[in-house]
Design a protein around this ligand. Structure first.
Ligand code: NAD
Length: 547
């Protein structure tokens, strides 16, 4: 006799979607040909989770813990996701940043089993046929990288596959996208990293990266093949070099359901932080003036979405743009400067040239956003000047990793006499000053993208618009519990990720229905519809179909 998966006996133990291991009941062991194959005790899933955690905690390094979790994912999918969901605070830093950075660096060396789909120049003309080899029938979310700008680590070539794998684990854990709807893709177009190319264990294409024209042609073949195979698929571009990121986004945003997390996800998280900060400071968003330190891709992406946010509050585009000012390494972006990049031009001001501190005093911003990669640039004078201007200055030090942040959490709180509303791109521990405890929350993209993906799926939206990211940012800010806000955390706890993602999904889907972007009709009860889609791993489920 087989179970509903069609598997029997030892096959059930060898397949990650059917395996329950020691949790197979005595009756199942009898019926399914498992007699003699398992130890006497029948474990509950809770007991198995205890065993997983004990084994993880006794390991000596995070990379060993990462490997153990990947092996568990390959062995028993439901147990992996249940453990991740129930212990997200402990496990997310292992499954994703910061450990995933090291995992990518060593990816070829710690390789166990392939996971994900590979596209190389050798696959030209065959990508659509290769997609038929993928074991799942209904893929809904693809995360694709070309490995050229992995976190802050540069070109890691095919080792970048760790990123889509990790991000999709978070789609499952944080939003409940079913694992069989998720597909990690490595667009392996070679690498310019000579060390990797010389490494005998490296598994990717050992040629220099493709030039732009054949590169674009390969991306085009991939996107066309994906949309042909799964017309509703959402494509998330991840960790591409900035010029490629913008070019691909412009090329596909009106043609496919796609977004770039580094540009749009980051912007939505920062905007949500400003919305939450407004709740805490009791300020109207529409009144704000924002000063950016750094005028690169991160700051510009955030500013572009903020313009949309101001426009949605009734400001004209010119008024919205004028609320945002930038200081880069050469000072305030002003029209008289001749060194400005294309993306800086809309934000160049009529003012005289000036430095950062002078710009704070002259422009009187309510929010300071740092995206410089230059630690220590939010100086004591700068934060004191912000605190003179504002009861509750918003100080966002977004540069990663923690060592590069424009200021530390402690500096922001201390120099503002405890009044700063602070967040950062990388985590800071809670800070205690004069008996008062501050618990800053990290502005992590994981707060946004899983919910956006769920909302796009729920509404079968034809595309992902800026308005959907605005709605996601607003929903994220509204999800922060007042008690957390009062402790200084402007983002929700990760343990609330599923509740928050469902709220974001509903907001995103509503926006899709309103804009006529949704393919499926608006359900009578949207929340119930979203809840019905969510994967909640348990052994009580009917056996999943094997892939
Ligand atoms: P970039 O190289 O495109 O831009 C850097 C900008 O900072 C430039 O305008 C440069 O002139 C300016 N700058 C550098 N040193 C400065 C200084 N001492 N004073 C004033 N300005 C200075 O880089 P990017 O891609 O925009 O990334 C910038 C930072 O943002 C990185 O550290 C990255 O970690 C961070 N980032 C954070 C997130 C997040 O979600 N937290 C997302 C993306 C990027």
């Amino acid at each position: 006799m087989t179970d509903t998966s069609g598997y029997h006996g030892v096959e059930l133990l060898l397949h990650p979607t059917t395996n329950k291991s020691t949790a197979f009941t005595l009756d199942e062991r009898e019926r399914l040909g498992l007699g003699g194959l398992l130890p006497a005790q029948v474990s509950t899933m809770e007991r198995q989770i205890e065993r997983v955690l004990e084994n993880l905690r006794r390991k000596e390094s995070d990379i060993e813990r990462y490997i153990a979790l990947r092996v568990l994912q390959d062995r028993n999918e439901r147990l992996f996701y249940r453990t991740l969901i129930d212990h997200i605070d402990e496990l997310m830093p292992l499954v994703y940043t910061p450990t995933v950075g090291q995992a990518c660096r060593e990816f070829a060396h710690i390789f166990r089993r392939p996971r994900g789909f590979y596209v190389t120049p050798r696959d030209r003309g065959k990508i659509r046929a290769n997609l038929d080899n993928w074991p799942a029938h209904d893929v809904g979310v693809v995360v694709v990288t070309d490995g050229e700008r992995i976190l802050g680590l540069g070109d890691l070539g095919a080792n970048g596959m760790g990123i889509p794998i990790g991000k999709l684990a978070l789609y499952v854990a944080c939003a409940g996208i079913p694992p069989d709807r998720c597909m990690p893709i490595m667009l392996d177009v070679g690498t310019n990293n000579a060390t990797l190319r010389a490494d005998p264990l490296y598994q990717g294409v050992t040629e220099p990266r493709l030039p732009e024209a054949p590169y674009d042609a390969l991306v085009d073949e991939l996107v066309t093949a994906l949309v042909d195979k799964w017309p509703g698929v959402l494509i998330q571009f991840e960790d591409f070099l900035t010029p490629n990121a913008y070019r691909l986004l412009r090329r596909y945003r009106d043609e496919a359901r796609c977004f770039n997390d580094d540009i749009q996800g980051t912007a939505a998280v920062a905007l949500a932080g400003v919305y939450s900060g407004c709740r805490l400071a009791e300020r109207r968003f529409a009144e704000l003036r924002v000063l950016f330190l750094g005028a690169g891709s991160a700051a510009t992406g955030i500013a572009d979405l903020m313009v949309e946010a101001f426009v949605s509050e009734g400001l004209s585009r010119d008024e919205a743009t004028a609320r945002l000012a930038f200081v880069d390494i050469d000072g305030l972006l002003v029209k008289s400067r001749s060194d400005l990049a294309q993306h800086n031009l809309p934000y160049a001001r009529d003012d005289a040239p000036m430095g950062f501190l002078e710009a704070i005093r002259h422009l009187e911003p309510h929010v300071l956003i740092g995206a410089t990669g230059a630690p220590g640039t939010f100086t004591r004078e700068a934060i004191e000047a912000m605190s003179t201007l504002n009861d509750r200055p918003m100080i966002f030090a977004l540069s990663n990793p923690t060592s590069q942040a424009e200021c530390t959490a402690e500096q922001a709180y201390r120099w503002s006499e405890g009044r700063a509303i602070f967040t950062s791109g990388s985590p800071f521990d809670p800070v205690e000053i004069d008996g008062h405890r501050f618990e800053p929350a990290q502005g992590n993209n994981v707060h946004i993208f899983p919910g956006v993906g769920l909302g796009v799926w729920a509404s079968s939206a034809r595309g992902v618009s800026d308005a959907m990211f605005l709605a996601a940012a607003r929903a994220l800010a509204d999800s922060v519990r007042t008690e957390r806000l009062e402790r200084g955390a402007i983002y929700p706890a990760l343990t609330e990720a599923r509740r928050v993602s469902a709220a974001i999904a509903a907001a995103v889907a509503e926006r899709a229905y309103d804009a006529g972007l949704a393919v499926s009709p608006r359900p009578a009860d949207l929340d119930a519809h979203i809840a019905s889609l969510v994967y909640d791993p348990s052994y009580d489920d009917p056996q999943p179909t094997p892939r």
